[in-house]
Design a protein. Sequence first.
Lengths: 194, 186
Amino acid sequence: MRQAPCWIGGILATATLLSGCIASEKPLLDGNAGVHPIQPGRYQVQEYVVGNWINRQDGRLKLADSTYTWTEKPGDKEAKDVPCADSQSTCIAEPADALKFTLHEIGGGLLLAMVESNDDRYHHVYDLLEITPHGAVRYGMDCESAQLSRGSESVRMESTDSTCNILSADGLKAVARAFAKRRFPSVRYVWTGP
Amino acid sequence: MIACSRSLGRRGRLSSTQLWRAASLSSVAVALSACVGSKEPLFNPATAVMPAPIGQYAEEKSNSGAWTKIGVVAVTRDANGYRIERDSGSTERLTFYPGGDRFYVAALTSTPDKQFIYALFRKDGNRFLYYEPRCSDFQFVRLPKALWPVIDGTVCEYDSRRKLVDALLAYASMSEPNKRYVPIER
């Protein structure tokens, strides 16, 4: 079975992919009840390297209804226009790397991002974000580290193919809080303009 | 026992493209989960201790709070350390040094590339809890700034024994053990 991509968004995806995702077969959060505390616009992506934030690529965040779309290829020339939902008009296609997600507050300033995955089994993957004065940080939750976090050891999860399959929303929130308590965020998004 | 590796190379991070390619290669994935280590030996083998009785131990891994046996290791004495032989046939040589509060720093002394890598055990009754920090996780753990490692390639490095021990203890205070070893009664 193919391994679920944790977060198709550059540097952090690679790290989490290698040590497994936090995922579920069914949505553990209500995708229609997403919050939108992060301002759409352009962001500079920075990677945490032992106390320093190193500039990486930049990207663009869009918001439609409660769904965010993140892309690091805002000017993707390979993206082809596609028919809109009404089949009558033509819509501008998303870049190939476009990542759609919803955000869900879990308290303490933390937000869970729920991403739809095209994995055979795990249709939803999760990551943890926190709002900052200049944008947001993302923790890059991965299965291996989540299992080492104090407070997540009693959460029911099935660990297969390096993926933590979480079985309940409460369990997911407990894992996320435990993760944030133990680890620094891995990636920072700094707002650079609309 | 110590499954991490220093073998991937010592300079720089992989590019995203390289990492995506690496994701399909399980051997590389293991190598990416590199260790906490040092370029020079940080412990004097003459000060090694022997806290574990020799014999066979069940190797157990936690799954949602329940410990599950995943293998057996045979522990024999080897000079001032231990020789660990897994039921799969692989062997390692570890030396133990006191870390305080029933903790022991384990130094892997049989790496093919003659490097020095470390893990942590805690004696829990007659069992041993095992903490194996992987640099890919360890570098993000909320350690005090004074205990942050130097990242050399994929390795979290220390050049001071005191700093290494304090960092490992701080790591263990925030982490669940990776495995535990339970003596098998004869």
